[in-house]
Each structure stands twice: as structure tokens, then as C-alpha cells.
Design a protein around this ligand. Structure first.
Ligand SMILES: [Cu+2]
Length: 159
């Protein structure tokens, strides 16, 4: 009987140790995730998903146009909405983009070093500060032209 109790104590101790390890691993992973978000927020031009919004927030969604031709053929185009985004030079903005139509939309903003991926059902935020006047194309790499169900292109106008 004495031995049995000993074994049970040992089993309890091992179980407790395993639970502690799981907790520590969980906390570590959570902080690791936060750390990598912090790094991506500090590195210019990197994907800045899920960091707190800064500056003026501009909301976009991914949309889709669909139509059926007289011959029965269906045509479609994915879109950023809105697709014209006026901002001021030196202004910090956050593009907060909600994925509605389509699956994944990996994109770049040409000339500004901003990139990321908008996923269906998720909202992603990208914060940056354009410092030069101009018109910059925000291009979805999966739907960049008519051949690929686009053009999924928006225009960021820096005044
Ligand atoms: Cu797209």
C-alpha cells in the first residue's frame, strides 16, 4: 500500500510538472508572437499585420464584381474598396483592410515598401508614413490584371 501511494505521488508530480511546462510554453509563444509583431512594426517596409492602429485610419474591404456575358461566360474582377486613397505627405496612416471577397490577397504598395496579405474573414492593419508626393499603386499580386480576375489595383495619392 505504501508503494502504491508513492507511485501516485510520483504520477501527480509528473502531471503537475507537465502542466507547468505547458503553461510556460504557452506564455513563451504568446510573448514570442508579440515580439515578432513589435519587430515588424519597427522595420520599415515589412508586413505590419495586427499592430495597434496609428495616425489616421482608412478602412478598406476586398470586393468583387461579377457579370455574365451574353454567351453565358462569367467574368469577374476583385477590387480594393475604396480604390482611390488621398493622403497628405508626412501623414501617418493606417490602412485597415477587411477581407470579404476572395481568399488571400497578397499585395504591395509600389514605391513605398509596404506589403502584406489580406485574408478572407480577417482584418489586417498596415501603418506607414509616405514622405514623397506621388501616386502609388497598391497591387494585389494574385489579381493584378484582367487575366488574373483583376485588376485589383488601388491608387494611393500622396498630396
Ligand atoms: Cu486579390
Amino acid at each position: 500500500m505504501f508503494t502504491t501511494i508513492r507511485i501516485r505521488k510520483r504520477t501527480l508530480a509528473i502531471t503537475a510538472l507537465l502542466l507547468c511546462l505547458m503553461l510556460v510554453t504557452g506564455f513563451y509563444l504568446k510573448h514570442l508572437e508579440k515580439g515578432s509583431q513589435l519587430v515588424s512594426a519597427l522595420l520599415p517596409g515589412s508586413s505590419q499585420k495586427s499592430v495597434p492602429a496609428q495616425g489616421r485610419v482608412i478602412d478598406l474591404v476586398t470586393g468583387e464584381f461579377e457579370s455574365t456575358m451574353d454567351n453565358g461566360k462569367m467574368i469577374e474582377a476583385y477590387r480594393w474598396d475604396p480604390s482611390t486613397i488621398p493622403v497628405e505627405k508626412g501623414e501617418t496612416i493606417t490602412l485597415r483592410i477587411r477581407g470579404i471577397s476572395g481568399g488571400n490577397h497578397p499585395f504591395i504598395i509600389e514605391g513605398l515598401g509596404v506589403s502584406g496579405t489580406v485574408e478572407k474573414g480577417k482584418t489586417s492593419s498596415y501603418t506607414f508614413t509616405p514622405t514623397k508626393k506621388g501616386v502609388y499603386r497598391m497591387v494585389c499580386m494574385s489579381h493584378e490584371d484582367a487575366v488574373h480576375d483583376g485588376p485589383m489595383v488601388a491608387y494611393l495619392i500622396v498630396n
